[in-house]
Design a protein around this ligand. Structure first.
Ligand SMILES: Cc1cc2nc3c(=O)[nH]c(=O)nc-3n(C[C@H](O)[C@H](O)[C@H](O)COP(=O)(O)O)c2cc1C
Ligand SMILES: CCCCC(=O)C(=O)O
Length: 387
């Protein structure tokens, strides 16, 4: 695997090489291409957001209100984008956001994503709602770094079992998603009456779980399938959880824990007080609270509240290297990218995901170098002005 900036030379000299010929290097163009490749239902599920989709749009618009101010003559010949977050070294401050039900995008789903991510060294965060069981995805990803994202079910024994399996399968950090104990009002899915889970997609981690199987009277077969799906519906999320419940997770997971979906600085402070190791500033790509603050607009106050005490990560709306640079300058240690790699998967399977990751990494490195920066830690508010 060549260094990110070499990818640009490789493209000029050899074309897109092992990435898909014809897949654009401007990742904002992938969505329209994916629409032509996917069923209306699958595309609506992935591209869609909550309500009027105002927050999804706001996520993108927020990046336009910040501009990078490049600095000159600073010897940027040697660049090193590597960082360590929650104990995981990575070649660039970019992770693959947890995205469930990936087999609606490509039959190889999370397996292809894990292979592509492992090839770049960027960590993959596997969703509880993945279409393949976490052990299969771990095997596909080999030595690649991996974290596990928990949707915290009502049944505590099931939660513990999921955590035990994740630890055994080599997932080193835990991401607990707080903003989606139930799905929001999502008109595209409502209008098409589409929910992947009710078609049996995204339930692999549950159906393969011994605690889940015990609750539904044994392994899931055609006979108890409907009962198993109803058990999933009843158990998937728990709206009664409070900050006090985090002690339970601390007890059952000895590695680092990050809370995903934090948007208010007081919640970030509570995460520190609860002994968490990180927060992910995110509004779930605009998929949960329509009208919520743009994720980038929520970032500075959270970063300020947390200081250097725990890691601050960011997602929702990152599409370019410049977007990633702006989020880092506003206080994030690393960014998660969501829909772009999902579209890469839809358009080209493993090669499509690899293409997206390499483009994003190369564009971030070039943007930073041309702005006079050689390391992610150099990105701060001095690098930006309000646009
Ligand atoms: C199709 C789809 C499925 C998702 N599934 C999950 C999930 O299972 N768990 C989770 O924590 N977040 C999930 N997310 C949210 C992402 O992790 C991330 O927060 C969001 O996609 C970031 O915004 P972006 O798509 O604008 O980059 C999903 C997002 C999409 C688009
Ligand atoms: C049940 C929710 C899992 C997928 C998800 O998080 C999303 O669609 O945003």
């Amino acid at each position: 695997m060549s260094a990110p900036a070499d990818f640009q030379n490789e493209i000029y000299l050899n074309g897109l090489g092992d990435a898909l010929p014809g897949l654009p290097t401007d990742l904002t163009r992938l969505e329209a291409l994916a629409e032509g490749r996917l069923s209306a239902q699958a595309f609506g599920y992935v591209a869609g957001a909550a309500g009027s989709e105002a927050t999804a749009r706001a996520n993108r618009e927020a990046f336009d209100r910040w501009r990078i101010v490049p600095r000159m003559l600073r010897d940027v010949a040697e660049r090193d984008l590597s960082v360590e977050v929650l104990g995981t070294p990575m070649p660039a401050p970019v992770l693959l956001a947890p995205i469930g039900v990936q087999s609606i995008l490509h039959p190889d789903g999370e397996l292809a994503t894990a292979r592509a991510a492992a090839g770049t060294g960027l960590p993959v965060i596997l969703s509880t709602a993945s279409s393949y069981a976490m052990e299969e995805v771990a095997a596909a990803g080999g030595d690649g770094p991996r974290w596990y994202q928990l949707y915290w079910p009502k049944d505590r024994d099931l939660a513990v079992s999921l955590l035990d399996r994740a630890r055994a399968a080599g997932y080193t950090a835990l991401v607990v998603t707080l903003d989606t104990f139930t799905l929001a009002w999502r008109p595209r899915d409502l209008d098409q009456a589409y929910l992947p889970f009710l078609r049996g997609v995204g339930v692999a981690n549950y159906f393969s779980d011994p605690v889940f199987q015990k609750a539904v009277g044994g392994p899931v077969t055609d006979e108890n399938r409907s009962a198993a799906l109803l058990h999933w519906v009843a158990n998937f999320g728990n709206p009664s959880l409070t900050w006090a419940d985090l002690a339970f997770l601390r007890e059952h997971w000895d590695g680092p824990i990050a809370l995903k979906g934090i948007q208010h600085p007081d919640d970030a402070r509570r995460a520190v007080d609860a002994g968490m190791d990180g927060v992910i500033v995110s509004n779930h790509g605009g998929r949960q609270v329509d009208g919520a603050v743009a994720s980038l607009d929520a970032l500075p106050a959270v970063a300020d509240a947390v200081g250097n005490r725990i890691a601050v990560l960011f997602d929702s709306g990152v599409r370019t290297g410049a977007d990633a640079a702006k989020a880092l300058a506003l206080g994030a240690r690393a960014v998660l990218v969501g829909r772009p790699y999902a579209y890469g998967l839809a358009l080209g399977g493993e090669a499509g995901v690899r293409h997206v990751l390499r483009c994003l990494q190369a564009e971030l490195e070039l943007t930073m170098a041309l702005a006079g920066l050689t390391r992610p830690a150099e990105l701060d508010l001095d690098c930006l002005v309000r646009g």
